[in-house]
Structures are given as C-alpha cells and as structure tokens.
Design a binder for this molecule. Structure first.
Ligand code: FES
Length: 164
C-alpha cells in the first residue's frame, strides 16, 4: 500500500505500529513517541507533519499541536549542527544547572537561546525532560546526559568532542 503522506513515511509508520503493540488502547499515547520519530528523522517537527500524524492516528490536530507546543524538545532548531537542551526546572535548578550551563557556554561559544558562531551548537533551556533523577539533566541531540557526573570542563569537553 502506498503511503499517502509526505512526512509520515513508511519507516515512521512502522515505528508507530510497533509502539501501538505496547499501547493499543488510546491513540493519544502514540503521539509523543511518534513525534520523537519525526524529530529524529527531520530534526524538526514540520507543520504538515502535525496534520499528517493527527490524520493517521485519528486524533484532532490540536491534540498533536498541544504536545508540540508544550514540550520544548519538539521545537527543534535546524540551524545549528547540534542542539543542546538543558533542563532548568526545580530539581535541575537545585542541582545547579546554571553551573553546567556556564561550562557548556564556555566550551561551545554559544549562549542559551542562541547558536555558536561556527554553527555547531545551539543551546536551549527547556522545561523538565523527565529525567529528574539525573539532575541537572541535559540532552545533546537525542542523547541524554547526567550533569551530576560532570565535575569539570574537562569531563564536558570529552563529551562534546564526540560530536565534533
Ligand atoms: S526537572 Fe530537570 S529533568 Fe526534570
């Protein structure tokens, strides 16, 4: 059967159907995993993909749109090669995410909310990413890191090197 969507390609649909086996009752439960697949593929959530996903899951587009706008992680920036997201909510605040942010800013040359001059990094402060147990938590692209394990700029430099 030919896929009728532009963004919801067969590989993404196959993944959604795998998730459906785990969450068979409510299509709403498939929205977040499906958005992750779309983000992984396009590094962004194209507007049209929201409508295609809603159509495929038979939910109202506002249900998908609501999730995209609620979670910062789905507002991906295309214009830098790597996207660093640092959680700033209470547990991460108490775990001194600001120290982590400062180190990341120093090493990348980017400031929170902006790109580095070399176009390598975009830093974004985000709301809870569901990883409070490893606060201050941060993501580089889709890789999750435990900020409490980073004791020095050297530790962080080793991580960043993997993306250069
Ligand atoms: S508050 Fe930072 S990951 Fe939950």
């Amino acid at each position: 059967m030919k896929v009728k969507y532009e963004y919801l390609t067969q590989d993404i649909i196959d993944k959604i159907e795998e998730y459906r086996k785990e969450f068979p009752y409510y299509p709403q439960q498939l929205i977040i995993p499906a958005l992750h697949e779309i983000l992984y593929k396009y590094r962004d959530i194209p507007e049209e993909a929201i409508y295609e996903l809603a159509d495929y899951l038979k939910v109202h587009p506002s249900e998908v749109e609501g999730i995209v706008t609620f979670y910062d992680m789905f507002r991906h920036k295309k214009n830098a090669k790597h996207h660093i997201r640092i959680c700033r909510n209470l547990p991460c605040h108490l775990a001194k995410y600001k120290n982590l942010l400062k180190m990341i800013e120093n090493l990348t040359g980017a400031k929170a909310g902006g790109n580095s001059e070399d176009g390598m990094w975009y830093i974004e402060l985000v709301e809870c990413i569901g990883s409070c147990a490893i606060a201050p938590a941060f993501l580089i692209d889709d890789d999750l890191y435990d900020g409490s394990q980073i004791k020095s700029e050297e530790d962080l430099r080793k991580i960043l090197e993997k993306y250069r």
